[in-house]
Design a protein around this ligand. Structure first.
Ligand SMILES: [Mg+2]
Ligand SMILES: [Zn+2]
Length: 234
């Protein structure tokens, strides 16, 4: 079975909505600089970011969300995957608080399975929860995407991955067909991971349609071996 995994921030959404979210409602500049200097983990960065959030009224969030755009090809790609019966998972190290409403706004929420972090409103303030946290991977994520892929696929499936950033770097090692832009494309090149560069999700859809027609959506030996090793180690 062919399966499609899509990153959200900077991939389905044009911008990194998570960064914009904390820039709007929290103390983004200072905390993000500290994260990039390696002062703490992504999980700790999210805990501090959530704790810095103030004045997050429903109206303010609605105004914020209204300004966020999705990739011009997002709807076409996802509705195409539904027509082709290719199960699609949005796999994000961002938060349900903005991903769910943005997918819903575009009528896409029911078409995809969603694996992401959650932001819970508690008596002591916002608390991030990371369902994909694992001790067995030390990638640049709070929720590692690797296990999301492994749990949702069989060993002989063909895994397609589309992403743009640091949080995708670990996941693509386990995927057969990779679409990458931005930092992820550079990181794939550096590590010798074959990938298709792309600009929009329309490019991705057109390449996938051609590959489906000519039968070249196939497993990648190194990716399958990596999946086998990861499953054995878990
Ligand atoms: Mg991203
Ligand atoms: Zn990882």
């Amino acid at each position: 079975m062919i399966r499609l995994f899509l990153d959200f921030d900077g991939t389905i959404a044009v911008n990194d909505v998570g960064d914009e979210f904390f820039r709007t409602f929290g103390d983004f500049e200072r905390l993000h600089a500290e994260l990039l200097r390696g002062e703490y983990s992504v999980a700790e960065y999210y805990r501090r970011s959530a704790a810095s959030v103030r004045d997050m009224s429903d109206t303010a969030v609605a105004t914020f969300l209204a300004a966020q755009e999705l990739d011009s090809g997002a709807r076409d790609l996802i509705t195409w995957s539904v027509r082709e019966q290719i199960p699609t998972v949005v796999v994000s190290d961002g938060f349900d608080r903005y991903i769910e409403p943005l997918l819903e706004r575009e009528g896409l929420r029911t078409h995809v399975d969603l694996a992401c972090n959650t932001l819970q409103e508690t008596e002591i303030g916002l608390l991030p929860v990371f369902p994909g946290a694992t001790e067995s991977c030390s990638c640049f994520c709070a929720s590692c995407k690797r296990n999301t892929l492994l749990v949702r696929s069989a060993m002989d499936d063909v895994l397609i991955y589309v992403g743009d950033g640091r949080s995708d770097a670990c996941a693509v090692e386990y995927c057969d067909v990779v679409f990458a832009k931005g930092i992820l494309a550079a990181s794939c090149t550096e590590r010798g991971i074959p990938h298709h560069p792309y600009r929009t999700l329309t490019d991705v859809m057109m390449i996938l349609q051609a590959k489906l027609r000519d039968g070249s959506l196939r497993a990648r030996r190194q990716a399958r071996l990596a999946r086998q090793r990861a499953v054995a180690a878990e």
